[in-house]
Design a protein around this ligand. Structure first.
Ligand code: ATP
Length: 265
């Protein structure tokens, strides 16, 4: 279970540039639930993800993962429990290292022994299986540097890397945003399969209203640092894209061209 208790995140507090990024989050996400999150630019979606990962600390409030209060725990201490995939396909892997070395790094993440790049035959087999599941042939390119991969291949690899530590929580921050529609759809299918296999608590931020509705068990709409709508699986199944857009505009927020373009795609 993931709990956010009265969480506020204020940047530059008490100055003329003060920004309330998160204005009060009180959310309980049961273990294994797959939550999608939408909202306009600046609604606080990435801040929510960063508060869970430990990239930022709340100004006030508490973050609890599986009963452990992690509010003051630094990011590296929770790294082994949390998988994270960013919007930038280049952010999740090291371009000059091979696929195998990147996977070895991911496996070492969060372990006390530190990083060990040497690979054993057993470990290589452990890496090959999830790569083969992608259906992209990457299992036969273990020695290729990651810089040779396309954006979709890199994002798929990052997904596999995030899954290798069997995370309790998987954080996906607009991880399909930089991909063309066809590739995004394939990586989304991969995401759904991976989340099902890992059975981990998952938060997926997306600007794609269709994805937000069709994927996962719950949908949160954020506006100005708060959750303004919370749809369970049944409500989500009945929700239409125009209704969802209506929730965002109804809060006085602007729906970006990107959201509308993808809505009509
Ligand atoms: N490091 C920072 N310093 C100051 N303000 C910040 C910082 N990071 C985020 N903010 C502000 O906090 C608010 C919430 O930002 P956040 O990135 O969480 O929104 P978002 O919903 O993810 O937006 P987008 O869809 O545009 O990525 C915004 O007003 C943003 O400008």
């Amino acid at each position: 279970m993931l709990e956010m208790r009265a969480v506020r995140l204020v940047y530059n507090e008490g100055t003329t540039t003060e920004v309330v990024a998160v204005a009060g989050l009180d959310i309980t996400i049961p273990s294994g639930q797959f939550v999608t999150v939408v909202g306009s630019n600046g609604a606080g979606k990435s801040s929510f993800i960063q508060l869970v990962s430990g990239a930022v600390r709340p100004t006030t409030g508490r973050v609890v993962i599986a009963g452990t209060d992690v509010t003051r725990q630094p990011q590296h201490r929770r790294a082994g429990r949390i998988g994270r995939v960013f919007d930038n396909p280049h952010a999740g892997s090291v371009p000059e290292l091979s696929i195998e070395e990147n996977l070895a790094l991911a496996m070492a993440r969060g372990r006390r022994r530190g990083l060990r790049l040497a690979t054993t035959r057993q470990r290589r087999e452990q890496m090959r299986a999830p790569l083969a599941n992608l259906g992209l042939g990457l299992e036969n390119r273990l020695h290729d540097p990651v810089r040779l991969l396309s954006a979709g291949q890199r994002q798929s690899l990052t997904m596999v890397m995030a899954s290798l530590t069997s995370p309790e929580v998987l954080l996906l921050d607009e991880h399909l945003a930089a991909l063309d529609p066809g590739t995004a759809s394939r990586v989304l299918d991969l995401t759904v399969g991976l989340v099902r296999r890992l059975a981990c608590t998952t938060i997926m931020v997306t600007h794609n209203m269709e994805h937000a509705i069709t994927v996962g068990d719950r949908l949160l709409v954020m506006s100005r640092g708060r959750v303004i709508a919370d749809f369970d699986a049944e409500e989500k199944a009945r929700l239409t894209v125009p209704e969802l857009v209506g929730h965002i505009t109804g809060a006085g927020d602007v729906v970006s061209d990107r959201m509308l373009l993808e809505e009509s795609a």
